[in-house]
Design a binder for this molecule. Structure first.
Ligand code: NAP
Length: 524
Protein backbone atom coordinates (compact mmCIF):
# COMPACT_ATOMS: atom_id res chain seq x y z
CA UNK A 1 0.00 0.00 0.00
CA UNK A 2 1.08 3.60 -0.64
CA UNK A 3 0.89 5.64 2.56
CA UNK A 4 -0.47 9.12 1.78
CA UNK A 5 -0.48 10.79 5.19
CA UNK A 6 -4.06 11.98 4.75
CA UNK A 7 -7.28 11.47 6.68
CA UNK A 8 -10.21 9.44 5.36
CA UNK A 9 -13.35 11.57 5.22
CA UNK A 10 -15.88 8.87 4.41
CA UNK A 11 -14.78 7.43 1.04
CA UNK A 12 -12.59 10.45 0.17
CA UNK A 13 -9.15 11.51 1.34
CA UNK A 14 -8.39 14.65 3.31
CA UNK A 15 -6.49 17.57 1.88
CA UNK A 16 -2.84 18.29 2.56
CA UNK A 17 -1.86 21.34 4.62
CA UNK A 18 -1.75 22.46 8.22
CA UNK A 19 0.90 21.61 10.80
CA UNK A 20 2.17 18.21 9.69
CA UNK A 21 3.77 15.57 11.86
CA UNK A 22 5.51 12.24 11.39
CA UNK A 23 5.79 8.90 13.09
CA UNK A 24 8.92 8.33 15.15
CA UNK A 25 11.21 5.32 15.40
CA UNK A 26 12.02 5.09 19.12
CA UNK A 27 14.73 2.47 18.56
CA UNK A 28 16.69 4.43 15.96
CA UNK A 29 15.58 7.87 17.14
CA UNK A 30 14.59 9.04 13.67
CA UNK A 31 11.46 10.54 12.12
CA UNK A 32 9.57 8.31 9.69
CA UNK A 33 7.97 8.97 6.30
CA UNK A 34 5.43 10.14 5.21
CA UNK A 35 4.37 13.42 6.78
CA UNK A 36 0.85 13.35 8.20
CA UNK A 37 -1.59 16.18 7.55
CA UNK A 38 -4.10 17.06 10.23
CA UNK A 39 -7.80 17.01 9.36
CA UNK A 40 -9.03 20.53 8.58
CA UNK A 41 -12.05 21.89 10.47
CA UNK A 42 -14.28 21.53 7.39
CA UNK A 43 -13.19 17.90 7.10
CA UNK A 44 -14.14 17.19 10.71
CA UNK A 45 -17.50 18.77 9.91
CA UNK A 46 -17.91 16.67 6.76
CA UNK A 47 -16.98 13.42 8.54
CA UNK A 48 -19.57 14.19 11.22
CA UNK A 49 -22.24 15.02 8.65
CA UNK A 50 -21.56 11.80 6.76
CA UNK A 51 -21.70 9.81 9.99
CA UNK A 52 -25.00 11.41 10.92
CA UNK A 53 -26.47 10.55 7.52
CA UNK A 54 -25.20 6.99 7.69
CA UNK A 55 -26.39 6.38 11.27
CA UNK A 56 -30.08 5.46 10.66
CA UNK A 57 -29.25 3.29 7.65
CA UNK A 58 -26.45 1.47 9.45
CA UNK A 59 -28.47 0.98 12.65
CA UNK A 60 -31.40 -0.44 10.68
CA UNK A 61 -29.19 -2.96 8.89
CA UNK A 62 -30.14 -6.47 10.03
CA UNK A 63 -27.68 -7.78 12.62
CA UNK A 64 -26.63 -10.59 10.31
CA UNK A 65 -25.62 -8.16 7.57
CA UNK A 66 -23.56 -6.17 10.03
CA UNK A 67 -21.92 -9.47 11.01
CA UNK A 68 -20.82 -9.92 7.37
CA UNK A 69 -19.32 -6.41 7.44
CA UNK A 70 -17.37 -7.20 10.62
CA UNK A 71 -16.06 -10.42 9.04
CA UNK A 72 -14.88 -8.36 6.06
CA UNK A 73 -12.97 -6.04 8.36
CA UNK A 74 -11.34 -9.01 10.11
CA UNK A 75 -10.26 -10.43 6.75
CA UNK A 76 -9.00 -7.05 5.47
CA UNK A 77 -6.93 -6.61 8.62
CA UNK A 78 -5.38 -10.07 8.39
CA UNK A 79 -4.65 -9.55 4.69
CA UNK A 80 -2.63 -6.44 5.64
CA UNK A 81 -0.27 -8.35 7.96
CA UNK A 82 2.82 -7.73 5.80
CA UNK A 83 2.09 -3.99 5.74
CA UNK A 84 1.65 -3.87 9.52
CA UNK A 85 4.87 -5.81 10.02
CA UNK A 86 6.64 -3.30 7.77
CA UNK A 87 5.53 -0.18 9.65
CA UNK A 88 4.21 -0.93 13.16
CA UNK A 89 7.37 -2.29 14.84
CA UNK A 90 9.30 0.72 13.54
CA UNK A 91 6.90 3.37 14.75
CA UNK A 92 6.17 1.74 18.14
CA UNK A 93 9.39 -0.08 19.07
CA UNK A 94 7.25 -3.17 19.70
CA UNK A 95 8.59 -6.49 18.38
CA UNK A 96 7.05 -8.13 15.28
CA UNK A 97 5.76 -11.10 17.31
CA UNK A 98 3.76 -8.74 19.50
CA UNK A 99 2.33 -7.04 16.40
CA UNK A 100 1.31 -10.40 14.93
CA UNK A 101 -0.37 -11.34 18.19
CA UNK A 102 -2.15 -8.03 18.38
CA UNK A 103 -3.32 -8.29 14.79
CA UNK A 104 -4.85 -11.69 15.57
CA UNK A 105 -6.53 -10.17 18.58
CA UNK A 106 -7.85 -7.20 16.58
CA UNK A 107 -9.30 -9.47 13.88
CA UNK A 108 -10.59 -11.86 16.56
CA UNK A 109 -12.52 -9.05 18.23
CA UNK A 110 -14.40 -8.29 15.02
CA UNK A 111 -15.13 -12.01 14.61
CA UNK A 112 -16.46 -12.36 18.17
CA UNK A 113 -18.83 -9.48 17.58
CA UNK A 114 -19.85 -11.03 14.24
CA UNK A 115 -20.86 -14.24 16.08
CA UNK A 116 -22.82 -12.19 18.59
CA UNK A 117 -24.69 -10.40 15.79
CA UNK A 118 -25.39 -13.62 13.90
CA UNK A 119 -27.06 -15.10 16.96
CA UNK A 120 -28.92 -11.82 17.48
CA UNK A 121 -30.17 -12.06 21.08
CA UNK A 122 -27.80 -9.24 22.16
CA UNK A 123 -30.68 -6.81 21.49
CA UNK A 124 -32.18 -8.01 24.81
CA UNK A 125 -35.74 -8.10 23.41
CA UNK A 126 -38.42 -7.91 26.13
CA UNK A 127 -42.10 -8.34 25.48
CA UNK A 128 -44.87 -7.75 27.99
CA UNK A 129 -48.19 -8.56 26.37
CA UNK A 130 -51.19 -6.31 26.90
CA UNK A 131 -53.51 -7.14 29.79
CA UNK A 132 -56.76 -5.52 28.64
CA UNK A 133 -58.73 -7.10 31.49
CA UNK A 134 -56.41 -5.86 34.23
CA UNK A 135 -58.15 -3.69 36.84
CA UNK A 136 -58.15 -0.90 37.73
CA UNK A 137 -55.94 0.01 34.74
CA UNK A 138 -55.42 -2.25 31.71
CA UNK A 139 -51.80 -2.88 30.71
CA UNK A 140 -50.77 -1.83 27.20
CA UNK A 141 -48.57 -4.00 24.94
CA UNK A 142 -44.93 -3.11 25.73
CA UNK A 143 -41.83 -4.23 23.85
CA UNK A 144 -38.25 -3.03 24.24
CA UNK A 145 -34.88 -3.67 22.69
CA UNK A 146 -31.42 -2.14 22.49
CA UNK A 147 -30.60 0.21 19.63
CA UNK A 148 -27.49 2.02 18.44
CA UNK A 149 -26.88 5.44 20.02
CA UNK A 150 -25.51 7.05 16.82
CA UNK A 151 -22.06 8.19 15.66
CA UNK A 152 -19.18 7.38 18.03
CA UNK A 153 -15.79 9.12 18.21
CA UNK A 154 -12.97 6.67 18.98
CA UNK A 155 -9.55 7.80 20.27
CA UNK A 156 -6.88 5.24 19.45
CA UNK A 157 -4.57 4.21 22.29
CA UNK A 158 -0.81 4.65 21.99
CA UNK A 159 0.04 1.33 23.64
CA UNK A 160 -2.12 -1.00 21.52
CA UNK A 161 -1.48 0.15 17.94
CA UNK A 162 -3.82 -2.50 16.53
CA UNK A 163 -6.08 -4.02 19.19
CA UNK A 164 -7.03 -0.71 20.83
CA UNK A 165 -6.59 1.76 18.05
CA UNK A 166 -8.24 2.64 14.74
CA UNK A 167 -9.58 -0.89 14.15
CA UNK A 168 -9.50 -1.91 17.81
CA UNK A 169 -12.00 -2.91 20.45
CA UNK A 170 -13.82 0.44 20.67
CA UNK A 171 -14.32 0.59 16.91
CA UNK A 172 -15.40 -3.06 16.74
CA UNK A 173 -17.95 -2.69 19.55
CA UNK A 174 -19.39 0.57 18.17
CA UNK A 175 -19.72 -0.82 14.63
CA UNK A 176 -21.23 -4.02 16.02
CA UNK A 177 -23.83 -1.95 17.86
CA UNK A 178 -24.70 -0.21 14.58
CA UNK A 179 -22.93 3.09 15.27
CA UNK A 180 -20.82 4.84 12.60
CA UNK A 181 -17.28 5.50 13.84
CA UNK A 182 -15.01 8.49 13.40
CA UNK A 183 -11.58 7.43 14.62
CA UNK A 184 -9.00 9.96 15.82
CA UNK A 185 -5.65 8.28 15.12
CA UNK A 186 -3.04 8.35 17.87
CA UNK A 187 -0.07 10.35 16.55
CA UNK A 188 2.36 7.74 17.94
CA UNK A 189 1.57 5.27 15.12
CA UNK A 190 0.14 7.14 12.11
CA UNK A 191 1.20 4.66 9.39
CA UNK A 192 -0.38 1.77 11.31
CA UNK A 193 -3.50 3.87 11.72
CA UNK A 194 -3.64 4.73 8.03
CA UNK A 195 -3.29 1.04 7.07
CA UNK A 196 -5.96 -0.05 9.56
CA UNK A 197 -8.24 2.74 8.29
CA UNK A 198 -7.75 1.48 4.75
CA UNK A 199 -8.78 -2.03 5.86
CA UNK A 200 -12.02 -0.74 7.39
CA UNK A 201 -12.71 1.46 4.38
CA UNK A 202 -12.25 -1.56 2.05
CA UNK A 203 -14.86 -3.46 4.05
CA UNK A 204 -17.30 -0.52 3.96
CA UNK A 205 -16.96 -0.42 0.16
CA UNK A 206 -17.16 -4.21 -0.27
CA UNK A 207 -20.41 -4.32 1.74
CA UNK A 208 -21.94 -1.35 -0.10
CA UNK A 209 -22.48 0.58 3.12
CA UNK A 210 -22.93 4.36 3.31
CA UNK A 211 -19.51 6.04 3.25
CA UNK A 212 -20.15 7.80 6.56
CA UNK A 213 -19.99 4.49 8.47
CA UNK A 214 -16.27 5.09 8.99
CA UNK A 215 -13.86 8.02 8.83
CA UNK A 216 -10.31 8.40 10.14
CA UNK A 217 -8.86 11.73 11.22
CA UNK A 218 -5.24 12.63 11.87
CA UNK A 219 -3.95 15.33 14.18
CA UNK A 220 -0.89 15.76 16.38
CA UNK A 221 -2.68 18.02 18.85
CA UNK A 222 -6.00 18.14 20.61
CA UNK A 223 -7.90 20.37 18.18
CA UNK A 224 -9.49 17.65 16.06
CA UNK A 225 -10.33 15.50 19.09
CA UNK A 226 -11.94 18.42 20.89
CA UNK A 227 -13.96 19.40 17.82
CA UNK A 228 -15.19 15.81 17.45
CA UNK A 229 -16.29 15.49 21.07
CA UNK A 230 -18.13 18.80 20.83
CA UNK A 231 -19.84 18.08 17.52
CA UNK A 232 -23.62 17.63 17.89
CA UNK A 233 -23.59 14.59 15.57
CA UNK A 234 -21.38 12.62 17.97
CA UNK A 235 -23.38 10.64 20.53
CA UNK A 236 -20.67 8.82 22.51
CA UNK A 237 -16.89 8.62 22.83
CA UNK A 238 -14.49 5.70 23.32
CA UNK A 239 -11.06 6.60 24.70
CA UNK A 240 -7.97 4.84 26.09
CA UNK A 241 -5.09 6.86 27.47
CA UNK A 242 -4.11 9.14 30.31
CA UNK A 243 -6.33 10.31 33.14
CA UNK A 244 -5.67 13.92 32.14
CA UNK A 245 -6.76 13.26 28.55
CA UNK A 246 -9.78 11.15 29.49
CA UNK A 247 -10.93 13.62 32.11
CA UNK A 248 -10.53 16.57 29.70
CA UNK A 249 -12.79 14.80 27.20
CA UNK A 250 -15.31 13.84 29.91
CA UNK A 251 -15.54 17.47 31.02
CA UNK A 252 -15.85 18.67 27.44
CA UNK A 253 -18.64 16.17 26.73
CA UNK A 254 -20.47 17.09 29.94
CA UNK A 255 -20.35 20.80 29.06
CA UNK A 256 -22.04 20.33 25.66
CA UNK A 257 -25.60 21.67 25.27
CA UNK A 258 -26.49 17.98 24.86
CA UNK A 259 -24.04 16.07 27.06
CA UNK A 260 -22.83 12.68 25.84
CA UNK A 261 -21.09 9.77 27.59
CA UNK A 262 -17.33 9.36 27.32
CA UNK A 263 -16.21 5.78 27.92
CA UNK A 264 -12.64 6.48 28.95
CA UNK A 265 -10.27 3.77 30.10
CA UNK A 266 -7.54 5.62 31.94
CA UNK A 267 -5.26 3.18 33.62
CA UNK A 268 -4.56 1.69 36.95
CA UNK A 269 -1.79 0.50 39.27
CA UNK A 270 -3.26 -3.02 39.49
CA UNK A 271 -2.37 -3.87 43.09
CA UNK A 272 -1.09 -7.35 43.88
CA UNK A 273 -1.56 -8.69 47.42
CA UNK A 274 0.98 -11.31 48.44
CA UNK A 275 -0.62 -13.33 51.22
CA UNK A 276 1.65 -14.81 53.92
CA UNK A 277 1.48 -18.52 53.10
CA UNK A 278 1.96 -17.94 49.37
CA UNK A 279 4.93 -15.66 50.02
CA UNK A 280 6.51 -18.18 52.38
CA UNK A 281 6.04 -21.23 50.16
CA UNK A 282 6.96 -19.87 46.71
CA UNK A 283 8.74 -16.51 46.97
CA UNK A 284 10.99 -17.07 43.97
CA UNK A 285 8.23 -18.26 41.64
CA UNK A 286 6.09 -15.28 42.64
CA UNK A 287 8.94 -12.86 42.01
CA UNK A 288 9.61 -14.42 38.60
CA UNK A 289 5.96 -14.21 37.56
CA UNK A 290 5.58 -10.62 38.74
CA UNK A 291 8.90 -9.48 37.25
CA UNK A 292 7.81 -10.87 33.87
CA UNK A 293 4.48 -9.04 34.17
CA UNK A 294 6.13 -5.73 35.20
CA UNK A 295 8.59 -5.97 32.32
CA UNK A 296 6.10 -7.04 29.66
CA UNK A 297 5.86 -4.49 26.83
CA UNK A 298 8.17 -2.13 28.82
CA UNK A 299 5.34 -1.90 31.35
CA UNK A 300 3.19 0.00 28.87
CA UNK A 301 -0.01 -1.82 29.72
CA UNK A 302 -2.90 -0.41 31.68
CA UNK A 303 -2.86 -3.76 33.55
CA UNK A 304 0.82 -3.61 34.54
CA UNK A 305 1.28 -4.32 38.27
CA UNK A 306 2.47 -1.09 39.93
CA UNK A 307 1.82 -1.85 43.61
CA UNK A 308 2.81 -5.04 45.42
CA UNK A 309 1.57 -5.30 48.99
CA UNK A 310 3.29 -7.99 51.05
CA UNK A 311 3.38 -9.26 54.61
CA UNK A 312 6.85 -9.48 56.10
CA UNK A 313 7.87 -13.03 56.93
CA UNK A 314 10.16 -15.90 55.98
CA UNK A 315 9.53 -15.51 52.25
CA UNK A 316 9.61 -11.73 52.03
CA UNK A 317 13.37 -11.19 51.76
CA UNK A 318 13.73 -14.03 49.23
CA UNK A 319 10.87 -12.56 47.19
CA UNK A 320 12.35 -9.07 47.15
CA UNK A 321 15.86 -10.30 46.40
CA UNK A 322 14.66 -12.28 43.39
CA UNK A 323 12.49 -9.39 42.13
CA UNK A 324 15.45 -7.02 42.40
CA UNK A 325 17.65 -9.53 40.56
CA UNK A 326 15.12 -9.93 37.74
CA UNK A 327 14.38 -6.24 37.26
CA UNK A 328 18.03 -5.14 37.52
CA UNK A 329 19.00 -7.60 34.80
CA UNK A 330 17.08 -5.56 32.21
CA UNK A 331 18.56 -2.45 30.65
CA UNK A 332 16.70 0.52 29.20
CA UNK A 333 14.29 -0.40 26.41
CA UNK A 334 12.58 1.82 23.83
CA UNK A 335 9.19 3.09 24.93
CA UNK A 336 6.33 4.02 22.61
CA UNK A 337 7.17 7.71 22.35
CA UNK A 338 9.80 10.08 23.76
CA UNK A 339 6.97 11.79 25.66
CA UNK A 340 5.84 8.57 27.35
CA UNK A 341 9.49 7.78 28.23
CA UNK A 342 9.95 11.26 29.69
CA UNK A 343 6.78 10.98 31.82
CA UNK A 344 7.95 7.55 32.98
CA UNK A 345 11.33 8.91 34.07
CA UNK A 346 9.61 11.82 35.83
CA UNK A 347 7.36 9.41 37.74
CA UNK A 348 10.34 7.25 38.71
CA UNK A 349 12.23 10.37 39.76
CA UNK A 350 9.36 11.49 42.00
CA UNK A 351 9.32 8.13 43.79
CA UNK A 352 13.11 8.08 44.14
CA UNK A 353 13.15 11.58 45.62
CA UNK A 354 10.78 10.70 48.48
CA UNK A 355 12.22 10.26 51.95
CA UNK A 356 9.95 7.34 52.75
CA UNK A 357 10.91 5.15 49.77
CA UNK A 358 13.95 2.94 49.36
CA UNK A 359 15.18 2.57 45.79
CA UNK A 360 16.07 -1.04 44.93
CA UNK A 361 16.17 -0.82 41.14
CA UNK A 362 16.61 2.27 39.01
CA UNK A 363 18.35 1.90 35.66
CA UNK A 364 19.54 4.63 33.35
CA UNK A 365 17.01 5.71 30.74
CA UNK A 366 17.30 8.50 28.21
CA UNK A 367 15.53 9.87 25.14
CA UNK A 368 12.83 7.35 24.20
CA UNK A 369 14.17 4.67 26.55
CA UNK A 370 13.05 3.67 29.99
CA UNK A 371 14.68 1.27 32.49
CA UNK A 372 12.80 -0.75 35.14
CA UNK A 373 12.38 0.66 38.64
CA UNK A 374 11.46 -0.85 42.01
CA UNK A 375 10.85 0.98 45.27
CA UNK A 376 10.06 -0.25 48.77
CA UNK A 377 7.91 1.58 51.26
CA UNK A 378 6.20 0.92 54.55
CA UNK A 379 2.54 0.02 53.91
CA UNK A 380 1.59 2.68 56.46
CA UNK A 381 2.83 5.36 54.05
CA UNK A 382 0.50 4.06 51.33
CA UNK A 383 -2.38 4.47 53.77
CA UNK A 384 -1.66 8.13 54.27
CA UNK A 385 -0.25 9.39 50.97
CA UNK A 386 -2.16 8.75 47.75
CA UNK A 387 0.80 10.02 45.65
CA UNK A 388 2.46 6.65 46.27
CA UNK A 389 -0.29 4.96 44.30
CA UNK A 390 -0.25 7.26 41.25
CA UNK A 391 0.26 5.32 38.02
CA UNK A 392 3.78 5.48 36.60
CA UNK A 393 3.19 4.18 33.06
CA UNK A 394 6.10 1.82 32.37
CA UNK A 395 8.05 -0.89 34.21
CA UNK A 396 7.85 0.59 37.70
CA UNK A 397 6.51 -0.97 40.90
CA UNK A 398 6.22 0.00 44.54
CA UNK A 399 6.61 -2.81 47.06
CA UNK A 400 4.64 -1.99 50.21
CA UNK A 401 5.78 -3.95 53.25
CA UNK A 402 3.90 -4.60 56.46
CA UNK A 403 4.15 -6.84 59.51
CA UNK A 404 0.41 -6.81 60.05
CA UNK A 405 -1.74 -9.02 57.72
CA UNK A 406 -4.75 -6.81 58.43
CA UNK A 407 -2.95 -3.93 56.67
CA UNK A 408 -3.69 -5.64 53.36
CA UNK A 409 -7.42 -4.91 53.68
CA UNK A 410 -6.61 -1.41 54.99
CA UNK A 411 -4.53 -0.65 51.93
CA UNK A 412 -7.18 -2.18 49.67
CA UNK A 413 -9.87 0.03 51.20
CA UNK A 414 -7.83 3.20 50.50
CA UNK A 415 -7.27 2.49 46.81
CA UNK A 416 -9.07 4.43 44.14
CA UNK A 417 -10.85 2.56 41.34
CA UNK A 418 -8.63 0.00 39.60
CA UNK A 419 -8.87 -2.21 36.53
CA UNK A 420 -7.60 -5.26 38.41
CA UNK A 421 -6.45 -6.57 41.78
CA UNK A 422 -4.60 -9.83 42.32
CA UNK A 423 -4.37 -12.17 45.29
CA UNK A 424 -1.35 -14.46 45.48
CA UNK A 425 -2.50 -17.09 47.94
CA UNK A 426 -2.48 -20.67 49.22
CA UNK A 427 -5.29 -22.60 50.92
CA UNK A 428 -3.95 -21.48 54.33
CA UNK A 429 -4.53 -17.85 53.25
CA UNK A 430 -8.29 -18.31 52.71
CA UNK A 431 -9.37 -16.49 55.88
CA UNK A 432 -7.38 -13.39 54.95
CA UNK A 433 -8.49 -13.66 51.33
CA UNK A 434 -12.15 -13.76 52.37
CA UNK A 435 -11.63 -10.43 54.17
CA UNK A 436 -9.90 -8.87 51.18
CA UNK A 437 -12.11 -10.13 48.39
CA UNK A 438 -15.25 -8.06 49.09
CA UNK A 439 -13.15 -4.90 49.57
CA UNK A 440 -11.42 -5.49 46.24
CA UNK A 441 -14.59 -6.44 44.36
CA UNK A 442 -15.92 -3.04 45.40
CA UNK A 443 -12.96 -1.23 43.86
CA UNK A 444 -11.88 -3.09 40.74
CA UNK A 445 -13.21 -4.50 37.50
CA UNK A 446 -11.42 -7.87 37.68
CA UNK A 447 -10.09 -9.83 40.68
CA UNK A 448 -7.47 -12.49 39.94
CA UNK A 449 -6.10 -15.29 42.07
CA UNK A 450 -2.56 -16.55 41.48
CA UNK A 451 -2.26 -14.99 38.04
CA UNK A 452 -0.75 -11.82 36.67
CA UNK A 453 -2.94 -8.92 35.58
CA UNK A 454 -1.26 -8.34 32.21
CA UNK A 455 -2.90 -10.33 29.41
CA UNK A 456 -6.58 -9.50 29.03
CA UNK A 457 -8.62 -12.33 27.53
CA UNK A 458 -11.15 -11.19 24.93
CA UNK A 459 -14.30 -13.12 25.79
CA UNK A 460 -17.90 -12.49 26.82
CA UNK A 461 -17.23 -12.61 30.58
CA UNK A 462 -14.23 -10.24 30.57
CA UNK A 463 -14.51 -7.01 32.51
CA UNK A 464 -11.90 -4.46 31.55
CA UNK A 465 -13.06 -1.39 33.38
CA UNK A 466 -13.58 -0.46 36.98
CA UNK A 467 -14.71 2.44 39.13
CA UNK A 468 -13.35 5.92 38.32
CA UNK A 469 -10.55 6.74 37.65
CA UNK A 470 -9.77 3.31 36.15
CA UNK A 471 -12.60 4.05 33.77
CA UNK A 472 -15.11 6.85 33.35
CA UNK A 473 -18.04 4.57 34.12
CA UNK A 474 -17.46 1.38 36.08
CA UNK A 475 -20.72 -0.14 34.89
CA UNK A 476 -19.17 -1.06 31.58
CA UNK A 477 -16.30 -3.04 30.08
CA UNK A 478 -14.02 -1.95 27.23
CA UNK A 479 -13.02 -5.52 26.30
CA UNK A 480 -15.17 -8.51 25.35
CA UNK A 481 -18.58 -8.62 23.74
CA UNK A 482 -20.08 -6.73 26.70
CA UNK A 483 -18.25 -3.64 25.37
CA UNK A 484 -21.06 -3.20 22.86
CA UNK A 485 -23.41 -2.16 25.68
CA UNK A 486 -21.62 1.19 25.89
CA UNK A 487 -23.00 2.17 22.52
CA UNK A 488 -26.65 1.12 22.71
CA UNK A 489 -29.69 2.35 24.55
CA UNK A 490 -33.05 0.71 25.25
CA UNK A 491 -36.13 1.83 23.36
CA UNK A 492 -39.65 0.78 24.33
CA UNK A 493 -42.50 0.46 21.80
CA UNK A 494 -45.95 0.74 23.33
CA UNK A 495 -49.00 -0.59 21.43
CA UNK A 496 -47.12 -0.37 18.12
CA UNK A 497 -48.82 -2.48 15.42
CA UNK A 498 -47.03 -5.74 14.52
CA UNK A 499 -46.17 -4.64 10.96
CA UNK A 500 -44.46 -1.49 12.22
CA UNK A 501 -42.37 -3.23 14.88
CA UNK A 502 -38.68 -4.07 14.34
CA UNK A 503 -38.28 -7.75 13.39
CA UNK A 504 -36.67 -8.43 16.78
CA UNK A 505 -39.91 -7.59 18.57
CA UNK A 506 -42.51 -9.13 16.28
CA UNK A 507 -44.85 -11.70 17.79
CA UNK A 508 -43.78 -14.40 15.33
CA UNK A 509 -40.09 -14.03 16.35
CA UNK A 510 -38.89 -14.24 12.72
CA UNK A 511 -35.24 -13.99 13.78
CA UNK A 512 -35.56 -16.90 16.25
CA UNK A 513 -34.11 -14.85 19.13
CA UNK A 514 -34.00 -15.54 22.85
CA UNK A 515 -36.42 -12.99 24.32
CA UNK A 516 -37.91 -12.26 27.72
CA UNK A 517 -41.64 -12.74 27.13
CA UNK A 518 -43.94 -11.91 30.04
CA UNK A 519 -40.97 -12.33 32.37
CA UNK A 520 -39.81 -15.70 30.96
CA UNK A 521 -36.67 -16.10 28.83
CA UNK A 522 -37.66 -18.15 25.81
CA UNK A 523 -37.00 -18.68 22.13
CA UNK A 524 -40.51 -18.68 20.78
P1 NAP B 1 -3.09 10.66 26.10
O1 NAP B 1 -2.14 11.78 26.24
O2 NAP B 1 -4.22 10.60 27.03
O3 NAP B 1 -3.64 10.73 24.59
C1 NAP B 1 -4.57 9.78 24.08
C2 NAP B 1 -5.32 10.39 22.91
O4 NAP B 1 -6.20 11.40 23.40
C3 NAP B 1 -4.42 11.07 21.90
O5 NAP B 1 -5.00 10.91 20.62
C4 NAP B 1 -4.46 12.52 22.32
O6 NAP B 1 -4.26 13.38 21.24
C5 NAP B 1 -5.89 12.65 22.80
N1 NAP B 1 -6.03 13.69 23.83
C6 NAP B 1 -5.36 13.76 25.01
N2 NAP B 1 -5.77 14.82 25.72
C7 NAP B 1 -6.71 15.44 24.98
C8 NAP B 1 -7.50 16.60 25.16
N3 NAP B 1 -7.40 17.35 26.25
N4 NAP B 1 -8.35 16.96 24.19
C9 NAP B 1 -8.45 16.21 23.05
N5 NAP B 1 -7.73 15.12 22.83
C10 NAP B 1 -6.87 14.72 23.77
O7 NAP B 1 -2.37 9.27 26.16
P2 NAP B 1 -1.03 8.75 25.48
O8 NAP B 1 -0.49 9.73 24.51
O9 NAP B 1 -1.36 7.42 24.95
O10 NAP B 1 -0.01 8.52 26.65
C11 NAP B 1 0.22 9.45 27.64
C12 NAP B 1 0.00 8.82 28.99
O11 NAP B 1 -1.27 8.14 29.03
C13 NAP B 1 0.99 7.75 29.35
O12 NAP B 1 2.19 8.28 29.86
C14 NAP B 1 0.21 6.94 30.35
O13 NAP B 1 0.29 7.51 31.63
C15 NAP B 1 -1.21 7.02 29.88
N6 NAP B 1 -1.69 5.85 29.12
C16 NAP B 1 -2.57 5.02 29.69
C17 NAP B 1 -3.05 3.95 28.96
C18 NAP B 1 -4.05 3.03 29.51
O14 NAP B 1 -4.11 1.91 29.08
N7 NAP B 1 -4.90 3.46 30.38
C19 NAP B 1 -2.64 3.70 27.67
C20 NAP B 1 -1.74 4.58 27.12
C21 NAP B 1 -1.28 5.65 27.85
P3 NAP B 1 -2.80 13.96 20.92
O15 NAP B 1 -1.79 12.92 21.27
O16 NAP B 1 -2.87 14.25 19.48
O17 NAP B 1 -2.67 15.18 21.78
Amino acid sequence: MAWMGLSWIGAGRGEPGGTTFTGWDPEAGVALEPRYHPAHPHEVERACQLAEEAAPVFAALPSRQRAVFLEHIAESLLAAEADFLAVTPRETGLPPARIQGELGRAAGQFRQFARLLEEGSWVDARIDHALPERRPVPRPDLRSMLRAVGPVAVFGASNFPLAFSVAGGDTASALAAGCPVIAKAHPAHPATSERAGEAVRAAVAACGLPEGVFSLLFDAGTQVGRALVQHPAIRAVGFTGSRAGGRALMDLAAARPVPIPVFAEMGSINPVFLLPEALDTRPVALADALAASILQGAGQFCTSPGLLVAVDGAGYEAFRARLVERLSAVSAVPMLTPGIAERFREGVGRLAARKDTRTWVRGEGREARGAPALFEVDAGAVLTDAALTDEVFGSCAVLARTREPRDLARVASRLEGQLTATLMMEAADHALASELLPVLADRVGRVLVNGVPTGVEVCPSMVHGGPYPASADGRFTAVGTGALRRFVRPVCFQDVPEVLLPAELRESNPLDLWRTVDGVLKRA
